[in-house]
Design a protein around this ligand. Sequence first.
Ligand code: SF4
Length: 189
Amino acid sequence: MFTTRLTVEIPGIAYEKIEPFMAAVEEQGLEHGGTGPKVRPVVCCKGSTCQYGLIDTYSISERIHERFYKGYHSVILPHKFKIAVGGCPNNCVKPTLNDVGVMGWKGGCKVFLGGRWGKKYSIGQALPRIYDTGDELMELIEKVILFYKENGKPGERFALTIDRMGFDNVAAALEGNDLLTRKEEILGK
Ligand code: SF4
C-alpha cells in the first residue's frame, strides 16, 4: 500500500523473511527504511506544473531528498521529522502540518516550523522572512535539523520543542551560521 508520504508499505512479511526481502528490494534498485526517529521521505505537491505553482517543487524536493533524507539517514533525531514542499499558499500538500514546511510565495518561499498531523496536531508557524529556494533554503533546513538534534528531548516532536523553548528563540537560533559551523560537534553527540 502507498503511504501518505508516497512510500510503499508491505505488511505481513514473516520475521525470518525480512532480510532476504530487503536484499531483493535492493537488487531492484529500491531503498527501504523510511521510518523511525529520523528525516522521513519528503513529499511535494505538483507545483512545478500546477497553474498556481510559484516554485519548482519537484526539483526542490529532490534536492531535499538527496541532502536530508539520504544524507541524514544515519542521524537519529529525537523523533520523526517530516518535510513537505508546496507550490503556493493553497496548501494542498499541507506544509503547515509538517515539521518543516516550504510554501511557494511571491519572490521565493515561506518556511513553517513545528507542524504535525495525527492523534495530536499542531499548525506550523511561519518564519518571518521570504527565503530563496536554492542554497539559502537548504542551509535553513539543515540548521533546523541540527537545532532539533541538539535541543529536542528524546521522544519529543519538534512542535513540542518549539513550545518548550519559544518560537522566537528558535527563530533567533536559526539566524547566522553557528549551527552549521558546529555540525560535526552536534552530529557527534
Ligand atoms: S499547493 Fe498550489 S501549486 Fe501545489 S498543487 Fe495546490 S494549488 Fe497547485
